[in-house]
Design a binder for this molecule. Structure first.
Ligand code: NDP
Length: 331
């Protein structure tokens, strides 16, 4: 029996390494530019798995504005070398674990933002590919009730929403205004403010057709920014979460001593800006809220986009009009 066990383990190792190819299909670019000019579909190497990493067979990915800003060369100075496989958000199944990995195993369904620092040396081999290698500390076990497409829609945006609200020091019973409440990050910030932090009043902005969604997400007040200027309304908030990039206006509606957290654009005091750090811990913290259905992923109804439609998906995200997340699935 001892001999048989050894043989079968060896066979299992051989089978699993045989099923992982050395080349894979992926989207990549070799120079910075527009989606249609530089994005190519072809074969690239399957990334090596470092001791602290797992290899994920990708089932779904999602796009974030940082993907196109990076592709346009805006973070050239701190970017990883070209060629680049874009994509921060991934969901899939672990097919190989590095020697130092302790909390995950082959066969686990996981999701992650694959780059610990979004702008500073993000991964060269991202998630818009058949396989991607990710550090254990960035991973979360997928909530059981979510599809791969739903899980992939979450990591970067939900971790940004959580970290932003933590940094703004939002407290139970306080009030908050979320600018761009129907976008990728905003749609999660509204839900987290309400259901995790226990805000007493959540206001959010969007254009007319998205006001109903804001209400469904838990907003108490939905402000149509095409008809009303929030800065002209009497309400003042403990926290303003600015996912638009209009800090100068946002600071006008914060209470004295309150905070304004800005994701993008120029900062006006007392507003402050931060860049999300990817952490598996954030996903673990939010898992119960996702599994109970208190927090729901929001996938843009134009998607999910197929693995062959990544250029269309980017072009759509780049209009700045997406509702929730632009997802690529199945991969
Ligand atoms: P999205 O592309 O998902 O945002 C699109 C949404 O923005 C749409 O629903 C649109 O609604 C809304 N919107 C656009 N203009 C306005 C406006 N003037 N007022 C209200 N809503 C508006 O982007 P994300 O949510 O993913 O990201 C938002 C920004 O934050 C991006 O610039 C991104 O790069 C940045 N970011 C920064 C991070 C950081 O760590 N610092 C992390 C994540 C994102 P409508 O169609 O109704 O106008």
């Amino acid at each position: 029996p001892v001999v048989r066990a050894e043989v079968s383990q060896e066979t299992a190792t051989r089978v699993s390494s045989m099923t992982i190819p050395s080349l894979q299909k992926a989207w990549y670019y070799e120079e910075y530019g527009s989606a249609k000019d530089v994005l190519k579909f072809g074969e690239v190497p399957v990334p090596e798995v470092q001791p602290d990493q797992v290899l994920i067979k990708v089932h779904a990915a999602a796009l974030n504005p940082v993907d196109f800003k990076r592709r346009l060369g805006k973070f050239k100075a701190s970017d990883s070398p070209l060629p680049t496989v874009p994509g921060y958000d991934v969901s899939g199944v672990i097919v190989k674990v590095g020697s130092k990995v302790t909390s995950f195993k082959e066969g686990d369904s996981v999701y992650a933002d694959v780059s610990e620092h979004a702008l500073d040396g993000p991964k060269q081999w991202g998630s818009i590919a058949q396989y991607t290698a990710v550090e254990e500390k960035l991973l979360g076990l997928m909530p059981k009730n979510l599809s791969f497409a739903e899980a992939a829609s979450l990591p970067l945006a939900i971790e940004t929403a959580l970290e932003g609200l933590e940094r703004a020091n939002l407290k139970e019973g306080q009030t908050i205004l979320v600018l761009a409440g129907a976008g990728g990050v905003g749609s999660l910030a509204v839900q987290i403010a309400k259901h995790v932090f226990g805000a007493s009043l959540v206001a959010a902005t969007a254009s007319t057709s998205k006001l109903e969604l804001l209400k469904q997400l838990g907003a108490d007040i939905a402000i149509d920014y095409t008809k009303q200027k929030y800065e002209d309304l009497p309400e003042r908030y403990d926290v303003v979460f600015d996912a638009v990039g209009e800090c100068e206006k946002a600071v006008k509606v914060v209470k004295e001593g309150g905070s304004v957290v800005a994701l993008t654009g120029a900062v006006t005091p007392p507003g402050f800006r931060f860049v999300v750090t990817s952490k598996g811990e954030s996903l673990s913290k939010l898992k119960p809220y996702l599994e109970s259905g208190k927090i729901k992923p929001v996938i843009d109804p134009k998607g999910p986009f197929g693995f062959d439609s990544v250029i269309d998906a980017f072009t759509y995200l780049e209009t700045g009009r997406a509702t929730g997340k632009v997802v690529i699935a199945p991969i």
